[in-house]
Design a protein. Sequence first.
Length: 339
Amino acid sequence: MPEKEIKVNLKRLVVSVLVGAVLIVLALLLLSKENLAGMVNAILSANYVFVLSAIGIYFFGLALWSTRWKMILASAGHKTRLSKLYPIQLSGVFINNVTPFTYSGGDPIARTYLLRKTMKVPYSCGLATMIGEFVMDFPIFFSFLILGLVLGLGTLSAPMLIVMFVAWMCVLFVFMSLAPRAFCRLNHPKIAHLIYRVLKAIKKPKSKAEVRHTLDRFIKPLRMIVRNRFTLPVAFISIMIWMVITMRYLLIFEALGVHPPIPMLLMTLTLPAIVGLIPLLPGGLGTVDFTYYSIFTLFGVPQSTALSAILVERMITFVLGIVVGAIALSYVGVKVWKK
């Protein structure tokens, strides 16, 4: 018995080291493509207090995100612990940064998979929570985008402002009133039949009963999430998450001695997120950076300061995201392997 115990421990140690080594090598390869020297110089020339505050508020925002996820899971009937969800959230950040889909690589793939492996939450329920987060985020995101465009493009005529306001209200009304109903009707037999026909066409043998059962397993938690009483608290935390992200941008510019206008902060909050969905380079390298630079210079930020702000932002969300995310993914990965 003792000898067998030693063998098992050695095997776990080897696997743990290999997992950690692979993730560290991948992180180093990605970080080698970043202008680390420029980042260091930008941070050295900035106010340390503001930079450290921006770093702290970044990880606090991820904790808020994990708290919201915990509440959404609870509304779907799965009680979890924040101490277990936070490492999974950090692992999702790592996946986001190493995949071309900047803001969707870790969602739903990484978080849903790790949630299933660590806490036995079904994939269907995990995916439903991702959609639940989208339902909460979209009205806030869209409102910030429209507000940023209206305030930023101050030369808009009165009729154009009225058109944008009406469009904004219509989109919010349609989304917030019809989306929950649409999600709750997804288990319609016609949809199940359509999925069955698609699977049959690509030669994935599934019976109609199996398709309907799988669809029901996804729809049931989604319906609970949309209708549950946790909706208002989750919406409040969603607003806090976006405010915290805005505060991070504000702190970065304050660290560089710039007082950013509100329209610029709102555009910085929304437009790069949209561009980051374009699958080009890991972490949105190049595309997101160019979007940042365009927004900053559009509002009169000097080119050198704009570049420094981008470097500091990348240091926080990309470099630290990769390093801390790799550690978290190694930790979660070892726990998954042990199970």
